[in-house]
Ligand binder design. Structure first.
Ligand code: CO
Length: 464
């Protein structure tokens, strides 16, 4: 029986985040929104991830205005990527900030919330998921399995996590393979097991990157195993460190029972536009725009760019001959800290720790960055394997009282929405909207600079 594969298009978010440092502007998108809308995509990922930060920091754009403009021009559901209790920033936020953010995002047009936590700690997802489920606009709520490879990450374990997400009320699950580690036959097995566990009708979305070269093959095996949705990017923003190519996947499935029935000719026209956009952005921001396939990511799970940074750190210390030691040390550090998936920020934290260990060899953990202690003591949530007490107290010299069992208790101590609102008022921005307060909560300095530039009336209203 025919069961068309659905496609979630990433050209407006992950595509340019992966290849062009998230520098696409709303003006680059506008001319093609109605064409994109006519394709019949399951959703268009267009908000969240790094776009919010990039809008304020580099593009002089209000991310909330971008969302409203997208919504005005699209009927296809707009998807956003949200880091659970982290939202889009780099800290954990208190529950009321998370709730307010989700409400506002839904109100302004997010139709699919894709929610993940770097450690797969569901406690970090709870507040965001239940806030999204309560939104009157009834958005789709999608929970993520952050994919990684380790002795404790098995397909069976991922199915357990998926069941938990379903239990929490998620409408669908996404396998989020941010480094392109998921091999085709493993994907096939995982999708089969998920379908068995969750039920045939529960939608499964697969998100991968072509970093190690598996991308298209992984999607094909996943499609054969019954995956419902695959995330793809139009040709100019596909492949390399981005998603597999939309046109290629559509063509690959033509004439099969999983035929997407989408019009490739129409897509070709849209891609022409985005090819021009890509060339312009590369020039404007002096970017590389392409990346070589990097099979070593399979062994070290550290993205290529990160590896070369660490190699540079060694070089600066006259230790370039110790590069192999660094590659050997990385998995040992990851094991010590309970096999976290390596994604921002855990990839940097583990990589830096491994570099320090190589520099101070044979003494390991002689110099320990605060971020590594925070990861180990549970500040970001529970690592997949509990970190040994001895390692925490004796090796890392962390006090018993600083070990965090439940990070949500810590989150509650953070600034509330009103605290941020008051702080912003105190700076003279007395007419700040709730959206402004949220921008400020996430990126205080960057948002303040942005407001100073754009909202002169605020200064005019200043009390003193
Ligand atoms: Co991605």
């Amino acid at each position: 029986m025919a069961k068309p594969v659905k496609i979630m298009e990433t050209v407006l978010r992950d595509g340019h985040q992966s290849l062009l440092a998230t520098r696409m502007r709303i003006e680059d998108m506008l001319p093609q929104l109605s064409a994109l809308d006519s394709i019949g995509y399951k959703a268009l990922e267009a908000w969240g991830g790094a776009t919010f930060d990039s809008c304020l920091r580099f593009l002089d754009e209000d991310p909330w205005e971008r969302l409203k403009t997208l919504k005005k021009n699209l009927k296809t559901p707009i998807q956003m990527l949200l880091r659970g209790q982290n939202l889009l920033g780099y800290n954990h936020y208190s529950n009321d900030v998370v709730e307010k953010f989700v409400q506002k995002a839904s109100e302004h047009g997010v139709g699919v919330f894709r929610i993940f936590d770097a450690l797969n700690d569901v406690r970090n997802l709870k507040v965001a998921i239940s806030a999204a489920l309560k939104c009157p606009e009834k958005p789709e709520v999608q929970g993520c399995l952050v994919y990684t490879i380790s002795p404790v990450h098995t397909n069976e374990k991922f199915v357990e996590l998926a069941l938990e997400l379903k239990e929490m009320g998620c409408h669908s699950v996404c396998i989020k393979d941010m480094s392109g580690l998921l091999k085709p036959y493993v994907a096939e097995d995982l999708i089969r097991k998920l379908k068995e566990g969750l039920g045939e009708d529960f939608p499964i979305d697969l998100h991968t990157h072509c970093t190690s070269g598996f991308g298209h093959a992984t999607y094909l095996k996943a499609v054969e195993a019954g995956v419902d949705i695959i995330d793809c990017a139009l040709a100019p923003f596909s492949s390399d460190t981005s998603q597999p190519c939309t046109e290629t996947m559509v063509a690959m499935l033509e004439g099969t029972e999983r035929d997407t029935k989408l019009d490739r000719q129409k897509m070709a026209e849209i891609s022409k536009h985005f090819l021009t956009v890509k060339a312009r952005i590369i020039k404007e921001f002096n970017l590389k725009g392409y990346f070589d396939v990097n099979p070593s990511v399979l062994d070290f799970q550290i993205p290529g760019g990160m590896l070369s940074n660490l190699a540079n750190q060694l070089k600066e210390n006259g230790m370039e001959d110790r590069y192999q030691d660094l590659l050997d040390e990385m998995p040992r550090v990851r094991k010590d800290v309970g096999y976290p998936p390596l994604v921002t920020p855990s990839s940097q934290i583990v990589g830096t720790m491994a570099t320090f260990n190589v520099m101070t060899a044979p003494n390991r953990y002689k110099m320990v960055p605060t971020e590594f202690k925070d990861l180990a003591r549970g500040k970001f949530g529970r690592c997949p394997v509990p970190v040994e007490r001895f390692f925490l107290t004796d090796t890392l010299k962390i006090k018993e009282s600083d070990i965090i069992e439940d990070c949500s208790v810590e989150d509650a101590k953070g600034h509330s929405f009103n605290d941020f609102a008051e702080e912003l008022k105190g700076k003279g921005f007395i007419n700040a909207s709730e959206e402004d307060v949220l921008s400020y909560a996430l990126f205080p300095q960057v948002a303040e600079e942005f407001f100073k530039k754009h909202y002169s009336p605020f200064t005019a209203y200043k009390k003193d």
